[in-house]
Write a protein that binds this ligand. Structure first.
Ligand SMILES: Nc1ncnc2c1ncn2[C@@H]1O[C@H](COP(=O)(O)OP(=O)(O)OP(=O)(O)O)[C@@H](O)[C@H]1O
Ligand SMILES: [Mg+2]
Length: 244
């Protein structure tokens, strides 16, 4: 089972859009995929029209009772673990020690899925730390601006501080606007660095409209530039996976 976190301490950079579209791309390419909505705002669950089932909450989650709460998305090979509002306090309920707490919780799914994708909330907390530890790849969307590049450098330092392996950190340029010189210059300067995937995700109306369509772009606009960009990015992520 390969686990991939869509993570950035910055808000609104395209984590959820990526988590939704990449999980779909993964399932279409034959991998049994589970999208885990770790953000109490529940945006990924909203996009897939998946409400909470039963008595799922933070307590159940921490006891490792996940299986009964996983929902089908209606798309073959793609399931979703919905977010719960109580996840907003997940941080204070986690063990201060026990680096692998979340890794162990998700390990019960190893025989059921090829790919886990975590849609992470935008912060740098104990939850982020444990999601990073639970992931084989941590993928950060970076809007090509100076501040976002700075956030990537900060994340590298955070990795060192928490003893995470920097080799599992990757980034991609997100919401790239070709008419903005700053975007083009930043992409040009950084794209060849090893931490970056070659594929970039342009700023596209089809992605914005996901909030109205509530489907991945590959369903609402098959063959579109957005669909192809996320599919290419998925292929790159899969190629650079660490484990099987
Ligand atoms: N490539 C894109 N082109 C156009 N709009 C985009 C793109 N990616 C994301 N958006 C839009 O930008 C907004 C923020 O995106 P998204 O919710 O994916 O970011 P996020 O990093 O998950 O935010 P948060 O930190 O609040 O969870 C959304 O309205 C989304 O539709
Ligand atoms: Mg989000």
């Amino acid at each position: 089972m390969n686990s991939i976190a869509m993570y950035s301490s910055k808000g609104g950079v395209g984590k959820t859009a990526a988590a939704v579209n990449l999980s779909y791309a993964s399932s279409i390419r034959g991998k049994k995929t589970l999208l885990c909505d770790m953000d109490p705002q529940g945006a990924a669950s909203f996009y897939y029209r998946v409400p909470i089932k039963g008595k799922f909450n933070k307590k159940q989650f921490l006891k490792g009772r996940l299986k009964g709460f996983i929902r089908e998305t209606g798309y073959p090979g793609l399931d979703l673990l919905p977010a719960h509002f109580s996840f907003r306090n997940l941080d204070i309920a986690l063990d201060i020690d026990g680096q692998d707490q979340l890794k162990n919780i998700f390990a019960v799914l190893a025989d059921d899925y090829d790919v886990l994708i975590f849609d992470c909330p935008p912060n740098m907390t104990l939850l982020s730390e444990k999601l990073i530890a639970a992931s084989d790849q941590v993928v950060m969307p970076v809007i090509p601006t100076t501040l976002s590049i700075r956030a990537l450098a900060q994340l590298m330092k955070f990795f060192d501080k928490i003893g995470a392996d920097r080799k599992k950190l990757r980034a991609f340029f997100s919401m790239v606007e070709r008419r903005k010189n700053m975007h083009l210059d930043t992409v040009k300067s950084y794209r060849k660095k090893k931490v970056f995937f070659r594929t970039l995700i342009p700023y596209l109306a089809d992605v914005e409209k996901m909030g109205i369509n509530r489907t991945p772009v590959a369903v609402s606009t098959p063959g579109s530039a957005a669909t192809m960009a996320y599919d290419r990015l998925w292929m790159e992520i899969w190629k650079r996976r660490v484990s099987d």
